[in-house]
Design a protein around this ligand. Structure first.
Ligand code: NDP
Length: 457
């Protein structure tokens, strides 16, 4: 069986990869486990020095890596470079802070001495998606290897070139060999990987469906999982918001990575009295984005990652319109010719409960505008979702905004007057159908360690 990378600009096959034989997969896991036997004994200074070498390599290779993303999943070059630089920043963050986060913690008890020690657990399997092919992997990888774990990666089938480039970076940084291995495998091969006795835990970023399957397999074997799944990011716009600024931020937040981001803004819940004015600014900001070949320097929006994902998105748009929504921008597959995955930025208004764009995640450049009677109604609508990843509120009343962000919105991250974004120092993850566990920050590095109690009489 082979795995293909396909250019979403024209449908051409970029490269085909021979899938690893099950024996090879086994061998890679065994080698990673073998590497862990000595790697776990290394100190934080040793691990940090290699993480900092990765920082240098990422910065040196950022242009070629960005080009690889453009070819394999359509990300514009500028955004690709920014993604690689962000990967360098998460490596630097854990190289600098990992030792502090994992230092022993003394606890006063009736013991002569008692403390908490954070011990590595071994091989962690990372199942990662195509939307941020480098960032999703490095935000797992940097804390995992700083904590003394080793990793095997099952990357999304369409970005195998990126997956192998990551393996090469870790190798070239001079880490112990086999500390990080890429499996050239489709998802069918992964149940066996999860079941391998040396695989101790699994982290998955992707769809809720994939998360359910993987968590079920791992759960049956009592293996820990961290799941970072979908979202239906509600953005509330209150009457006193700076509407022009809010609309600009909302358009950026909807169109990040061409809308293919778990934390992208998806539902815009606007109080009635400013809905018309906000929507006018919002439409102008969405329409201003330049779509084109991701390899052109001035392109802001490339194609979506795959033709079938674009087709599914278009179906969702058509169904929502049939359910009574109004399309005020886009809603069409552009007539560029050829087998491309482009989609126009689209705005649907009059979106209501029971319509597809209200109830489901929309993973592409399509915004749903929902009308709310007042702030309380807006909060209720925001929370009326099975997801709970990111949420935002726009208002000039910062006291009210903080209360809404802290106490009212049910999500893993709540932002005020800003689009939801990840930062190496801030924990990232969701609640409900958006998953569980946290990546990044101090909490992220504590997910895959044995939090060990040591009691000395
Ligand atoms: P998937 O969730 O299917 O893919 C994500 C990763 O999970 C890939 O590596 C995939 O491998 C793997 N995977 C899928 N099913 C299994 C399984 N049963 N066992 C092991 N691994 C598995 O996403 P899609 O690419 O199909 O995109 C579909 C939708 O998922 C999007 O429209 C979006 O809604 C959501 N999504 C959310 C993301 C997020 O950031 N939260 C990221 C990507 C998608 P393979 O590629 O080989 O199938």
């Amino acid at each position: 069986m082979s795995i293909s990378s396909i250019n979403p600009v024209n449908g051409e096959i970029i490269k085909e990869y021979q899938e690893d034989h099950p024996e090879t997969v086994n061998q890679k896991i065994n080698q990673a486990h073998e590497a862990w036997q000595s790697y776990r004994e290394t100190d934080f200074g040793y691990r940090a020095q290699f993480l900092l070498k990765i920082v240098d390599l990422l910065n040196e290779r950022k242009n070629e890596l960005a080009k690889l993303m453009s070819l394999e999943m359509g990300k514009p070059l500028k955004a690709g470079v920014a993604e690689v630089v962000k990967c360098a920043s998460v490596c630097e963050y854990y190289a600098k802070n990992g030792a502090t986060f994992l230092a022993d913690q003394k606890v006063e008890t009736d013991a002569g001495k008692s403390f908490i020690s954070f011990q590595p657990i071994g091989v962690v399997l990372a199942i990662m998606p195509w939307n941020f092919p480098f960032w999703q992997v490095f935000r797992f990888l940097a804390p995992a290897i700083m904590a003394g774990n080793v990793g095997v990666l099952k990357h999304a089938s369409g970005v195998m070139g990126c997956a192998l480039a990551i393996e090469k970076i870790v190798e070239d940084a001079g880490f112990h060999s086999n500390v990080f291995k890429t499996l050239v495998s489709g998802s069918k091969a992964i149940a066996e990987v999860i079941a391998h006795p040396f695989v101790k835990a699994v982290t998955l970023t992707g769809s809720t469906e994939a998360g359910k399957k993987v968590a079920e397999q791992a759960g049956r074997l009592i293996k820990k999982t961290v799941l970072e799944l979908g979202g239906s990011g509600p953005y509330i716009i209150l009457a006193d918001a700076d509407l022009a600024a809010a609309a600009k931020t909302c358009a950026e937040a909807r169109l990040i990575n061409n809308g293919q981001s778990c934390i992208a803004a998806k539902r815009f819940i606007v109080v009635k009295e400013v809905e018309e004015e906000f929507t006018r600014y919002f439409k102008a900001a969405m329409a201003a984005k330049k779509t084109g070949n991701p390899l052109d320097n001035d392109t802001e929006l490339g194609p979506m990652a795959r033709v079938e994902l674009r087709d599914e998105l278009h179906e969702q748009v058509l169904k929502t319109i049939a359910q009574g929504a109004t399309c005020i921008l886009g809603g069409k597959i552009p007539a560029f010719g050829g087998h491309h995955a482009f989609y126009q930025p689209t705005i649907l208004t009059n979106v209501k409960k029971g319509m597809l764009a209200y109830d489901e995640e929309i993973f592409g450049p399509v915004a749903a505008v929902i009308s709310a009677k007042d702030a309380d109604d807006a909060i209720n609508i925001a929370n009326d979702t099975p997801f709970g990843l990111g949420a935002a509120v726009f208002t000039q009343d910062l006291i009210l905004a903080e209360d809404i962000a802290r106490n009212k919105l049910q999500a893993g991250s709540c932002f005020v007057n800003e689009g939801v974004k990840s930062d190496p120092a801030l924990p990232f993850g969701g609640i409900n159908q958006s998953g569980y566990g946290r990546e990044l920050g101090m909490f992220g590095i504590h997910e895959f360690v044995n939090i060990k109690t040591v009691y000395i009489k």
